[in-house]
Design a protein around this ligand. Structure first.
Ligand code: ADP
Length: 638
């Protein structure tokens, strides 16, 4: 993976080093031309050939300088590799002239000329080694031209001295090749170390930048959060103090109390929003996909926001759809609630439109929330998804929201596997949309509205509640009692197990996560399930309730699909979760019965009875929705 950047870095360094030597080489070659002309001057063999050869040498030298100037002026003109090829070509042209010119020395019957010329060639070869040795191409194209003709001609002379000289030259040729090889290896290591260091520095700088950004975002988050939390607290403090005022009339006291309640509600809402976001961040929220009719969900959220829209003189239009989707209705409802609440808040006239569009998709489509409101400038399209960011609320007036809705929506849509898209411009309204997967009408277990309103399924159910806090046990007993449940409270695991052995077989076990004596709800539930399973009661619904958010164990439970509810748990949320879990349990029971009966039927041909039993238990014999019926979400809040 790293080979390419390193090769490129090596090439870039090579170009720098190769070309850096060229001005010196230019003067050295003039010196070499002058020396060669001087030693041949007294007896120039074949003058026209000699002139042509040295003319070519001089021209190649000037060409080399021109290439250097081009490289200095326009380094981007060629890629580093191409600059290396051009330099190698320059080497071939430049070194072939003096290398081949040694032939002239052997044309003159004067014994010291070949030696003198060879000394000059060895000097040039040493220069090539120094300046081009770290590049195989430049080195191996220049050196043979310089030395081979000389080696061959010395060998061909058949005299002892020349043969020795040829051997020495050949040895020299081999030696500089070996040295150049280690030279190149060293060069590569140096460049690699430099590139590694550069990578390290860059990645450290990037990490530092990310850490700084995160720290700044955190600071902004806390500054905004503490401001927004302080405001209602401050107001509550002042209002509470004014309750002491004995001169105030009962009507004034009542008004003050009303303001206190309003501020407490605002505080509660903000807490819920912050906790919601933190819960989404901590990864304990579970996605439970069901097959359901989108129109039912649209109707539910529509009925919540229609009065608000009507109060502002806005029409809330819901496009009719027969679409069945496979998604998490609770999380989806939170998304739509946030988007619709914004649409109502930021629209002064016109209409709000909620609908489903195929938009070219075969296996699903997009849910769209559209409004004809104030719109959002393009340069704010990213920032509005930051926590506590609001486009136009510099005084942070709590009545205009807190800037937590869209960050929550973005995370929720991400959890559901989609991406939130926004189209908006000032004065031209806004469109928020996100994808949903098509579902299977055959997989619908129950109507959404039925699940929320609660069918008769809570009536007569036996519920075991485990909590070390007596007030919570009391609260649960009273709530579940109102739903018609038969409730038994246990302060710890031991009391719960004792209740089971005394014959109480629950339909659901609700358990707090943090129990006394360093026991967790997960451990207590395992023990309870064990006892129930041994007694043949496999399908008992269990539900953990916790105030923790970042515990690794909770995250693990969420991954395993163990149902977890996060405090504060509203009655509606508890009811809805229990109903869903019971429905699922009944469906599982029905399917298990059907399977057993089918097996028996294969042997005895009596499967029909069991299939009927399954149908009775599940309300149908269709397949169950995917995933277990677990929930750690919360209700839509805005
Ligand atoms: P809040 O609505 O509580 O301020 P959000 O996170 O939901 O917080 O929205 C952030 C900002 O995005 C809002 O302050 C508002 O400026 C802008 N915004 C959101 N939805 C719309 C909309 N439908 N039309 C215009 N502006 C919007």
């Amino acid at each position: 993976m790293r080979a390419d950047p390193i090769q490129r870095a090596i090439d870039e360094d090579l170009v720098r080093v190769l070309y850096a030597q060229d001005p010196i080489a230019f003067f050295s070659h003039w010196f070499s031309i002058a020396v060669l002309v001087a030693i041949y001057w007294p007896r120039i063999p074949s003058p026209p050939l000699f002139v042509a050869c040295f003319g070519f040498y001089a021209a190649a030298n000037c060409g080399g300088l021109a290439l250097w100037i081009l490289n200095q002026r326009y380094p981007q003109f060629f890629s580093p590799r191409d600059w290396i090829y051009l330099h190698a070509l320059r080497g071939v042209l430049l070194y072939s002239a003096p290398g081949l010119a040694v032939w002239f020395a052997f044309q003159v019957p004067q014994s010291d000329l070949p030696l003198l010329h060879t000394v000059l060639l060895v000097t040039l070869a040493a220069g090539v080694f120094m300046s081009n040795g770290f590049d195989l191409l430049n080195f191996s194209t220049a050196i043979p031209f310089l030395l081979f003709p000389s080696i061959v001609l010395h060998f061909g002379s058949h005299t002892f001295d020349r043969t020795i000289l040829a051997i020495v030259l050949a040895f020299f040729f081999c030696a500089i090749n070996v040295y150049a090889m280690s030279y190149r290896k060293l060069f590569r290591q140096v460049v690699q170390a430099r590139v590694d260091q550069q990578y390290l520095a860059e990645s450290l700088a990037a990490q530092k930048h990310v850490a700084e950004e995160a720290s700044m975002a955190k600071t902004r988050f806390f500054a905004a959060a503490s401001h927004d939390l302080r405001q209602p607290l401050h107001a509550i403090g002042l209002l509470a103090a004014s309750l002491d005022d004995s001169t105030a009339t009962p009507a004034q006291h009542a008004k003050t109390a009303e303001h206190i309640v309003y501020n407490v509600e605002a505080l509660n809402q903000l807490f819920n929003q912050v906790l919601d976001l933190a819960r989404l961040e901590s990864g304990v929220t579970q996605v439970i996909r069901l097959h359901f009719r989108l129109s039912e969900l649209f109707e539910r959220v529509g009925s919540q926001y229609r009065p608000q829209a009507a109060a502002k003189g806005l029409a809330l239009r819901i496009a009719p759809t027969t679409m069945v989707v496979h998604d998490d209705p609770v999380l989806l409802e939170r998304v739509l609630s946030n988007l619709l609440s914004n649409a109502v808040r930021y629209t002064e006239e016109g209409a709000i439109w909620l609908g489903f569009r195929r938009a070219g998709r075969h296996t699903g489509g997009f849910i769209e929330v559209r409004d004809s409101g104030i719109g959002i400038p393009a340069d704010e399209h990213e920032r509005i998804f930051e926590e506590f960011y609001q486009v136009a609320n510099p005084q942070r007036d709590a009545r205009q929201g807190h800037g937590l809705g869209l960050p929550t929506v973005k995370r929720l849509v991400g959890m559901l596997g989609g991406e939130l898209q926004l189209r908006s411009a000032p004065g031209r309204g806004s469109v928020f949309r996100f994808p949903v997967q098509a579902g299977d009408a055959g997989g619908i277990v129950a109507s959404l509205n039925q699940a929320v309103a609660g069918g008769p399924s809570a009536q007569g159910r036996r519920v075991l509640c485990i909590d070390d806090e007596p007030s919570i046990l009391e609260g649960l007993a009273s709530l579940l009692g109102r739903w018609g449940c038969d409730v038994l409270g246990a302060r710890d695991e031991a009391e719960a197990l004792a209740a089971l052995t005394s014959g109480f077989v629950p339909d659901a076990v609700l358990c707090d996560y943090q129990l006394a004596h360093h026991r967790t709800g997960a451990q207590a539930l395992t023990a309870v399930r064990g006892v129930l399973a041994r007694a043949g009661h496999e399908n008992v619904v269990t539900l953990l309730i916790t105030g923790d958010m970042a515990s690794a164990e909770l995250a693990a439970l969420a991954l395993q699909g163990i149902p977890v509810l996060h405090k504060p748990v509203t009655p509606a949320r508890l009811r809805r979760t229990l109903e869903m879990l019971w429905q699922q349990a009944e469906l599982d029971r029905g399917r298990a019965l059907a399977t057993t009966a089918l097996r028996e039927g294969e042997a005895g041909g009596e499967a029909d009875v069991a299939r009927d039993a399954a149908g009775d238990a599940a309300g149908s014999s269709r397949s169950a929705p995917g995933g277990s019926q677990t929930r750690s979400g919360s209700e839509p809040q805005k």
